[in-house]
Design a protein. Structure first.
Length: 332
């Protein structure tokens, strides 16, 4: 029996817990005066972290001056150089996960994929500086001819995994003339939060806060015939929460959120993914859109919906795990 079939027989467990996003607060000068742990937190926030922030911002703006392909190539070199030397635990987890996700790979093929993983991670980080140029000049489209027309017919939830450079994916949707909104879980480093916000909001992408604050605005968008973009693969607290890869299905991730909203609004679910073909060249592919089938008397129809969505997203990731952002998270 295949892993997919075994997963299909597993009961779903757990419900998604609502939570409210609160941005971290800057420590006041009084914390420095008090001393002790509060002073250490103050110095970490205002001094030590700002060294990393300054480095991020320097490279972000400096890379904007480069041709897009050169920017991407430098990022790839940095990824291949830094990952095995300075991110050894993540590199080792990526190697183990690549083997677990693709047990058919030989040792030689695994080494090639591992180097491509490091290359992809480095390129994606550097490419924040040139996303608009990549989207407009370095993407081949497959199956996207009817995307705008289908979106005009009613609410759409685009679903996608974090493969290659997902920032290029949403920018391509905007360049088609679509209004798109997505939720956003900010990175911990303030410089990267600034960079991502500057890119996404500057391009006109709608942004919703994660957690409890997301549900009502997202439903209003769909009820008004709008478009949401949801990334259904997830790394949560350093662990891979989706795709399932043969593990029991659960209701704690974005699969369940998408299913609930699609059921409530009769939204069309439109799978998309973008892959890195060669260096800074990409292919954006749209799969056949669908609506969730009527419940077939299952004891847990939401769990069936979740498995349906996983059956769309998981094969995309399995085919190219070296381009998957979360491949260096913990799988087990």
């Amino acid at each position: 029996m295949s892993a997919d079939n075994e997963e299909g027989k597993q009961p779903a467990s757990g419900k998604r817990k609502a939570w409210t996003y609160e941005p971290p607060k800057a420590p006041p000068i009084a914390d420095f005066v008090v001393g002790g742990e509060r002073r250490r937190v103050f110095l970490r926030y205002w001094l030590y972290e700002n060294i990393d922030n300054a480095i991020d911002l320097f490279f972000y703006f400096a890379f904007m001056l480069l041709p897009a392909q050169a920017c991407s190539a430098i990022g790839g070199w940095l990824g291949r150089f830094l990952a095995p030397r300075f991110h050894r635990s993540a590199y080792a987890r990526a190697a183990a996960n690549l083997k677990a996700i693709r047990p058919d790979l030989s040792d030689a093929e695994l080494e090639i994929r591992l180097e491509r993983y490091a290359d992809s991670q480095g390129r994606q980080m550097a490419e924040y500086s040139v996303v608009p140029r990549l989207a407009r000049h370095h993407v081949r489209m497959i199956g996207t001819a009817s995307v705008v027309e289908r979106c005009a017919e009613g609410p759409v939830i685009f679903i996608a995994p974090h493969v290659s450079n997902w920032e290029v994916l949403w920018h391509c949707l905007l360049d088609m003339g679509l209004a798109v909104t997505m939720n956003y879980d900010p990175p911990k480093r303030r410089s990267r939060h600034y960079i991502v916000n500057r890119l996404r909001m500057g391009a006109g992408l709608g942004i919703l806060k994660p957690g409890r604050s997301f549900a009502r605005p997202a439903l209003r968008i769909l009820e008004n015939g709008g478009n949401l973009l949801m990334f259904c693969d997830e790394g949560f607290n350093g662990r891979i929460r989706a795709p399932f890869f043969g593990r029991p299905a659960h209701l704690e991730g974005n699969y369940a959120v998408v299913a609930r909203m699609a059921r409530k609004t009769d939204a069309l679910i439109y799978p998309l993914f973008i892959t890195r073909d060669n260096g800074a060249n990409f292919t954006l592919q749209a799969l056949e859109p669908f609506r969730l089938a009527a419940p077939a008397g299952s004891e847990d129809p939401l769990a069936e919906d979740v498995r349906t969505l996983n059956a769309v997203i998981e094969p995309i990731v399995r085919e190219r795990p070296e381009q998957w952002y979360f491949v260096d998270n913990r799988l087990l």
